[in-house]
Design a protein around this ligand. Sequence first.
Ligand SMILES: Nc1ncnc2c1ncn2[C@@H]1O[C@H](COP(=O)(O)OP(=O)(O)OP(=O)(O)O)[C@@H](O)[C@H]1O
Ligand SMILES: [Mg+2]
Length: 397
Amino acid sequence: MQHFPLVQALCRVAMSNPTPALRKQVERLRDALREDGKTKEAALLSSILTSADRAQEMTPSRLTQSKATVSGESLTPNTVLPVDRETSTPLAQIIFPQQITDNGPLFSDRVTQAVRGLLDEWTHLEAFEAIDIRPAKTCLIYGAPGTGKTRLAMWMAKQLDLPVVVARLDSLVSSFLGTSSRNIGNLFAFANRYRCLLLLDEFDSLAKLRDDPQEIGEIKRIVNALLQNLDVRQPIGFTVGITNHPQLLDSAVWRRFEIQLEIPNPEIHLRLEMARHFMVPTEAPDSHLKLFAWFTEGATGAELEVLVRSYKKLRAVRGEQPYDLLDLFRQFATMNSGRLSDERRTLLFADQAKLLDALHREEKLNFSLAELGEIIGKDKSTISRSLNSEPKLRRKR
Ligand SMILES: Nc1ncnc2c1ncn2[C@@H]1O[C@H](COP(=O)(O)OP(=O)(O)OP(=O)(O)O)[C@@H](O)[C@H]1O
Ligand SMILES: [Mg+2]
């Protein structure tokens, strides 16, 4: 359909900040296309609607969405930051809600529900306190590097309309004996004074010294300072800790976080949704998006984003000229050998018939023959012949 990519882009932009009226119009357009037999276009609009729904699912319920009722002075760009006395390096950085993107990270339903529950709790503090319930205000987020942990913490602060006090853990740990615990005390005193969310990102770096026998005394002082300060802060404001290595954290520190949220690597359907999300504003056929999801088995959102970015660059350079999609994936696999599953890499470099057969047998993505054709730039009958030459053929359509 002529100009449909423009219509699709328009709907995607509109649905990034949807109102019920906008949603209704996109649904009407989708239904009209479906009635006209334009099923592919209708499906593309459906997927835009679904992605928008998922983004909305994470935000706290509309009725309750309000500023989190955290007391304290307001931070401004001119607020003086606490510094390390020996080096004068600031112990924190402030990120204001306006500096944080509106787009929330994409997670599995389980994580999405948990985040939504937490945000609902954090926007209902007064209601909890009225019935004498002490809400959990500390949350530890853990998972592999690049799974969206920092993005999640920032986005949560944006939803709560709170500035983030990001602890600079490298400046906190001082080579001068006793200074690290004083820095921790100063940082927490600063966070307790202002309305904010205190973010202890890459929190495990505070525990790094543990293996060094020379540092045992100092690490004990750091852990004690953390425990004391976390306890004092609990009734005052929100604290989010992030770590890639939860096992490195002292168990007493770990237990101080009332909520412990694991962010797993994305599974195949989520990777498909992420590929679609990262692709904007470039248009890519479903077959290509599915290939991204298939190929990035075991990878994180950040790795998928890098791959999608290479695709977008290729498309920008080539325009309408033909390009070899599999070549792009092979290049990526060569330069990111440690990040991808061995099985997928081997298939990518194997005989094309084997790769097509493996894609065809991937039940979760359900590649059609036409889609496989689109990937290698051949028609359906060529694909069908290629699949027939493979012994373990199971025809779909
Ligand atoms: N679940 C996700 N949803 C959306 N984007 C994601 C997701 N996971 C990763 N990304 C993308 O990857 C980038 C890196 O994410 P982020 O910095 O939040 O990861 P992280 O888990 O904090 O990693 P690290 O542990 O290395 O600090 C983000 O800018 C985002 O664009
Ligand atoms: Mg991070």
